[in-house]
Design a protein around this ligand. Structure first.
Ligand code: FAD
Ligand code: HEM
Length: 369
C-alpha cells in the first residue's frame, strides 16, 4: 500500500463510525460558506441520501492512483455540469471536507493526514474540472416522453425525444432527471442505437422505496419533460474485433444489450451473437417476444431466456450465469454483462472459472449491493 493510501485509510478509520455526524457537519459547513450551493442539491436531503460526501470519500479512498482513473474522473467532471457545478465550488467542497474530518477525528488527527486528504482531493478535483472545461456539449439535454408502457409488476419501457441530438454509443448510459424529483439524477442505459428522429428508449424497474425508478415506472406519462445528461460508460462494441459475442443480461440489464444488438443489425454479417437473458419469473422477461422476433430475422442472433424462481417456466431454469456456463465453449468470445450487482458478480465469477480473460469482458452493474 502506498504512503498516501495508508494515510487516507488510517485517518478515515478515526471517523468511520461517526459518518452521519461527519456528513451533517460537511453539508452545514458547505451551505454556510456559500448558501447558494443548497440549490444544487435535492430538496430532501437526509443523511442517508447525502450522496456527495460518500462519493468523494469513496473516490479519494479507492482511486489510489488517480492517474489511472483519468478518463473516469474527466467524465465525472463533465457530468457534474448537470448539477450546475462550476470551478470555484471545488475549493469550497474541499475545505468543508477537510474541516469535517478534522473536527471528528479528535486528537490523533495530524498535519500528515490533513495534507494527504488535501493532495488526493486536489488531484481528483483538477481532473474533474479539466473534463468539464474540455466539453463542448450542453450540460444537459431537454427531452419529452412520447410513449410509456408498463410491464409486469414493477417495470416500464418508455421512449423520449430530445430536442437536439444527443450523441452516444450503443451500450452507454445517461443520467436522467424527471419533474417528479427535481435535482435527483439517476443513471439509465439507453436501449437503442442513436436514431435520426432523436428517440431514446429506456427500461426501468421500480426498486423498493426507490425515488426515481418508482416515479419513472408509476408516474411518468407521455408529454412529461425530462432532462438527460451526457452519456457515460464503456460497455460498447469494438468494431475491429472479429470475435463472436456473448451477452448476459439480468432484468433491465437487457437495455444496453438491446442497444448493442440494434447496432449489430446495421452492419454485422460475421459474428455469432448469443444472448442469455435472466429474470426471476416469466413476468420479468418483459421483452422476450421482441427479442425472439429479432432472432428469427437475424440468423447470427440466438436468445436463451431463463428464470431463477419460476417453477412453471418451461425454458432454462437457474441463475443466468449458471445457464450460460451450460452452453459454450466460450473461451474465444467477447462478453457483455449487465444487470443487478449480484448477477454481474456471479457472472464475473463464472467467467473467471471458465478462464475468460478480463480484457474481453465489458460490464455495467446497476446496483451497489
Ligand atoms: C451504469 C448504470 C446503468 C443503469 N441502468 C439502469 C437501467 O437501464 N434500468 C434500471 O432500471 N436501472 C438502471 N440503473 C440503476 C438506476 O441508476 C437506479 O440506481 C435505480 O433505478 C434506483 O434508483 P432510485 O432513485 O429509484 O432508488 P434510490 O432512491 O436511489 O435508492 C434505492 C433505495 O431503494 C431501496 N431499494 C433499492 N433496491 C431495492 C431492492 N431491490 N429491494 C428493496 N429495496 C430496494 C433501498 O432502500 C435503496 O436505498 C443503472 C445504474 C447504473 C450505475
Ligand atoms: C473530488 C470532487 C468530487 C467528486 C469525486 C464527486 C463525486 C460525485 C459522485 C460520484 C456523485 C454521484 C453520487 C450518486 O448519486 O451516486 C456526486 C453527486 C453530486 N455532486 Fe459531486 N463530486 C465532487 C465534487 C463536487 C462539487 C465541488 C460539487 C459542488 C457543490 C458537487 C456537487 C454534487 C451534487 C449536487 C451531487 C448530487 C447529490 C445528490 O443527489 O444528493 N460535487 N458527486
Amino acid at each position: 500500500m502506498g504512503n498516501l493510501s495508508r494515510l487516507l485509510k488510517e485517518s478515515w478509520a478515526l471517523v468511520e463510525d461517526q459518518q452521519d455526524k461527519v456528513a451533517g457537519y460537511f453539508y452545514a459547513r458547505l451551505f454556510l460558506t456559500d448558501p447558494r450551493l443548497r440549490d444544487l442539491f435535492p430538496v430532501h436531503m437526509d443523511v442517508q441520501r447525502a450522496r456527495l460526501l460518500g462519493a468523494i470519500v469513496h473516490a479519494v479512498q479507492t482511486l489510489e492512483d488517480p492517474e489511472q482513473f483519468d478518463s473516469y474522473l474527466r467524465a465525472l467532471g463533465r457530468d457534474h455540469r448537470k448539477f450546475e457545478v462550476v470551478g470555484a465550488h471545488y475549493d469550497v467542497v474541499g475545505a468543508a471536507l477537510v474541516e469535517a474530518l478534522r473536527t471528528f477525528a479528535g486528537e490523533q488527527w495530524g498535519w500528515e493526514y490533513e495534507q494527504a486528504w488535501k493532495d488526493a482531493y486536489a488531484v481528483i478535483a483538477r481532473k474533474m474540472q479539466a473534463g468539464a472545461a474540455e466539453d463542448d456539449n450542453p450540460p444537459f439535454w431537454h427531452a419529452e416522453v412520447v410513449a410509456h408502457q408498463r410491464y409486469g409488476r414493477d417495470m416500464a419501457v418508455f421512449t423520449c425525444r430530445t430536442s437536439t441530438p444527443l450523441d452516444y454509443r450503443p451500450g452507454q448510459y445517461v443520467s436522467l432527471e424527471s419533474q417528479y424529483h427535481p435535482r435527483v439524477w439517476r443513471a439509465y442505459s439507453v436501449a437503442n442505437a442513436p436514431r435520426r428522429d432523436n428517440l431514446l428508449e429506456f427500461h426501468v424497474r421500480a426498486l423498493g422505496a426507490g425515488w426515481v425508478s418508482g416515479a419513472l415506472v408509476r408516474r411518468l406519462r407521455a408529454g412529461d419533460p425530462l432532462r438527460l445528461a451526457a452519456p457515460m460508460g464503456d460497455m460498447v462494441l469494438d468494431r475491429r474485433s472479429a470475435r463472436d459475442i456473448v451477452c448476459v443480461a439480468g432484468g433491465t440489464g437487457l437495455a444496453p444489450i438491446k442497444a448493442l444488438i440494434d447496432e449489430l443489425t446495421t452492419y454485422n454479417r460475421t459474428r455469432w451473437v448469443h444472448v442469455f437473458l435472466g429474470a426471476r419469473d416469466r413476468d420479468d422477461l418483459y421483452h422476450l417476444d421482441e427479442l425472439t422476433q429479432l432472432a428469427a430475422r437475424y440468423p447470427w442472433l440466438s436468445v436463451v431466456p431463463s428464470c431463477s424462481e419460476d417453477e412453471t417456466f418451461t425454458g432454462e431454469r437457474g441463475h443466468v450465469n449458471e445457464v450460460m456456463s451450460r452452453y459454450g465453449p466460450w473461451a474465444e468470445h467477447d462478453f457483455f454483462v449487465s444487470g443487478p450487482a449480484p448477477m454481474v458478480r456471479g457472472t464475473m465469477r463464472t467467467l473467471s472459472e471458465l478462464r475468460v480473460p478480463s480484457t474481453r469482458i465489458r460490464y455495467d452493474a446497476f446496483t451497489e449491493w
